[in-house]
Design a protein around this ligand. Sequence first.
Ligand SMILES: Cc1ncc(COP(=O)(O)O)c(C=O)c1O
Length: 451
Amino acid sequence: MAPRKILLQERDLPTHWYNITPDLPRPLDPPLNPATKQPIGPEALAPIFPMELIKQEVSAERLIEIPDEVREKYLLYRPTPLQRALALEKALDTPAHIYYKNESVSPPGSHKPNTAIAQAYYNKMQGVKRIATETGAGQWGSALAMACNMFGLECTVYMVKVSYHQKPYRRSLMEIWGAKVFSSPTDLTNAGRAVLKEHPDSLGSLGIAISEAIEDAATHDDTKYSLGSVLNHVLLHQTIVGQETKKQMEMAGEYPDVVIGCVGGGSNFGGFSFPFIADRLTKGAKVRAVAVEPEACPTLTKGKYIYDFGDTAQQTPLLKMYTLGHDFVPPGIHAGGLRYHGDAPLLCSLYDQGIVEAVACHQNPVFEAAMLFARTEGIIPAPETAHAIRVVVDEALEAKKAGEKRVIAFNFSGHGHFDLAAYDAYLAGQLEDYEYPKEEIERSLAKVPKV
Ligand SMILES: Cc1ncc(COP(=O)(O)O)c(C=O)c1O
């Protein structure tokens, strides 16, 4: 019988995170000061991030040691299982072998604690008292709430309004772990008030919530800001996922032809795929890497590769990335964690160089794949994760058509136990497939600064 779960021991937990920066074929374009359009130095980030994270953000070291205190917390749920989706393979009648790295086994239910724990630790070491952040779907906010609780830090979360109402129990989870949660846009910050003045019924967006959290951190001495995706140090922390997967694939005696992940800001995709992409860049491995995004927020497939702000209120440095424009507010799809106008500069650079592929999907086919997964493998996927599953199913069906054995591995980034309203809407035939909002994006891109 083929194994269903490939398990590592606690002693196999990786000791280092993998930094892809030194292996990039082309150096990353630096973040710019929006006023001078000159590269910023690490000191520009000091008011909002602790120094150790800033060092990681700009590091050229290939391997960065994981502190013992962080590894000890990781052991609460890591190493996570790599699972073979035998029942899904059977249902699809495909010769493909499908593996998924199950990050849903963490207490909040996703990959997000891998960086939340590390970030809370470095903030604690620097004497910070409180962390402010944004959350889309609530997965990131709950991960950071748990991590702050572990290290005795206060936590304030600006939760995108559409998710705040779609997912009230994510808010409960954050409050159980001790965080204060606000529906964004709020009237607590200048950024929130400015949006409410123009759009009193704004559904919110990650860009707006990020502005609120940064402003909170920048205006309180004891508070720092924390981001759950996009930045180099976040993707770095997530590489624990891909490194474990590589060991587990070796144990299974296989190597993936294709690795797949959904993309909101790029952290679960990057963390999962970068250790494999390293094999491609440094050892000539043939592995493909496919990033999956929503049609309603098609950053890689329809965005522009230019310098833009990371947030709506233009408080961040300018980042070179694929973007739909910093004030683009995506339609209220249920994959709240994928409603971000930009993507990680590391991922964007790899996509621009043709090393990563990208596909955009509509909600209904995504939920159709999620239902198939739930009815075969049992676990109910988060709507974000279901984007990856859609493309996994399509790859497996293509393999069947071509009559070839294809080894497919994907990051099962989170479960959907708090997303049942979305499943109800799907089952009732009420999910809308939003057209790609071309005019909205053009209007928004027109406001991006010229560099
Ligand atoms: C389960 C899940 N997967 C994926 C994402 C997307 O984020 P990222 O692209 O940083 O992995 C989120 C974001 O909230 C999420 O909750």
